[in-house]
Ligand binder design. Structure first.
Ligand code: GCO
Ligand code: MN
Ligand code: MN
Length: 389
């Protein structure tokens, strides 16, 4: 008898994939499709076979942009049945505001008011599809909301247009009673040369300026922060701390390159470890969505390998995080370096307290005697990750 797989995904792991991820056919700017197209319902079966919990979709991953209402209804109904039959949920829906040439100058920020209106119409219709499928999270990724030349519009005006659009959509959500939360996804560039709201931090600054900030959070993506040369886990931590981590896009990416969307954990294992550890330590309870796709060399068997790999790596790193948290030597070092109980705490501001702090003498040489053995701590982490600890 074979032993059960300890890294078998479970529904409570909430692993999800986009239709556009496992359905990615390997086309890139230089080369054509390498895999045949699979209908959405077959992609749902593929995900079920791989062990996923959820599937996410853009409106046009399921319903072609010019479908009639009757065609739309029958496609959504049939997809819903396929999900139910496969035990797959639809936690998140989104809208393509980047593929059709009409969005060549952006969607909500485009200069043409008719394009802005069409973008709102398309998004409301995508929300209708999402609501029908049970999605409670709606992602907005403004891939075309940017510029090649700043001569074309004021960047400040673009922010105002974006705010108006999100406010409008929040109102629609309320009006329809959908109970959705919006998750805004940042990216620094690609497809536009420069995209407005280049980082998760930008959106965290934007959200409090909205009419319904409580309805809007972020969808940070690992590859996107890495493209900007940033520490993804730090962005996630800030979003979490602000109560704004509504969704997350997991994948991998070499900094400084085009958007690679590689299998989770396939490039930056250590950064991936710190991320998983963070999510597990804070008991993040949302979907763990893999926004990545298989190598262009793969067929659909390889796509399953890719999907299984994303989830397996997450679960292995989750186990490593648990070991790290229970490692006696690591924990003793953490207790030692935490600095708790050494100096009087500053406390909240008071005039007397500030006066005492202003008078206090600091013995910097004594402070410097305290060792900070981060080299050893990091090596223990590396040993643990490499499986020799
Ligand atoms: C990308 C983005 C997209 C979005 C998706 C959801 O770089 O292409 O990450 O995959 O996540 O469009 O809106
Ligand atoms: Mn991406
Ligand atoms: Mn994404």
């Amino acid at each position: 008898m074979t032993s059960p797989n300890p890294y078998q995904p479970q529904p409570e792991d909430k692993f999800s994939f986009g239709l556009w991820t496992v359905g990615h056919r390997g086309r890139d700017p230089f080369g054509d499709f390498v895999r045949p197209g699979l209908p959405p319902n077959d992609l749902v079966s593929l995900l079920a076979e791989a062990g996923a919990w959820g599937v996410n979709l853009h409106d046009n991953d399921l319903v072609p942009i010019d479908a009639t209402p009757v065609e739309r209804d029958s496609m959504v109904c049939s997809f819903k049945k396929a999900c139910e039959a496969n035990g797959i949920v639809v936690p998140m829906a989104t809208v393509s505001l980047f593929f059709h040439p009409v969005f060549r100058d952006g969607a909500f920020t485009a200069n043409d008011p008719e394009v802005r209106a069409y973008a709102l119409q398309k998004t409301m219709r995508a929300m209708d599809i999402g609501a029908q499928l049970g999605a409670r999270i709606f992602v907005l990724w403004g891939g075309r909301e940017g510029v090649e030349t700043d001569a074309c519009r004021s960047a400040g005006e673009a922010v105002k247009r974006l705010r108006e659009a999100v406010n409008y959509l929040c109102q629609y959500n309320l009006d329809r009673g959908y109970g959705m939360k919006f998750a805004l996804e940042a990216k620094p560039n690609e497809p536009r040369a420069d995209i407005y709201m280049p980082t998760t931090g930008s959106y965290l600054g934007f959200i409090p300026t909205l009419d319904h900030p409580e309805m809007v959070g972020v969808n940070p993506e690992m590859a996107h922060e890495h493209m900007a040369g940033l520490n993804f886990m730090h962005a996630v931590a800030q979003a979490w701390e602000a109560g704004k981590l509504f969704h997350i896009d997991l994948n991998d990416q070499m900094p400084g390159r085009y958007d690679q969307d590689l299998r989770f954990g396939s490039v930056n294992l250590k950064a991936t470890f710190w991320l998983v550890k963070f999510l597990e330590d804070v008991h993040y309870d949302g979907p763990r969505h893999f926004d990545a796709h298989a190598y262009r060399t793969e067929d659909y068997e390889g796509v399953k390998d890719f999907a299984r790999g994303c989830m397996r790596t997450y679960l292995i790193l989750k186990e490593k995080a648990c070991r790290w948290n229970h490692d006696g030597e690591i924990q003793a070092m953490l207790a030692e370096i935490s600095g708790n109980g050494r100096a009087p705490t500053i406390g909240t501001y008071s005039r007397d307290g500030a006066a005492r702090l202003l008078r206090r003498l600091f013995d910097k040489d004594r402070i410097l005697e305290k060792r900070l053995p981060y080299e050893r701590l990091d090596q223990l982490t590396v040993d643990l990750l490499l499986g020799v600890r």
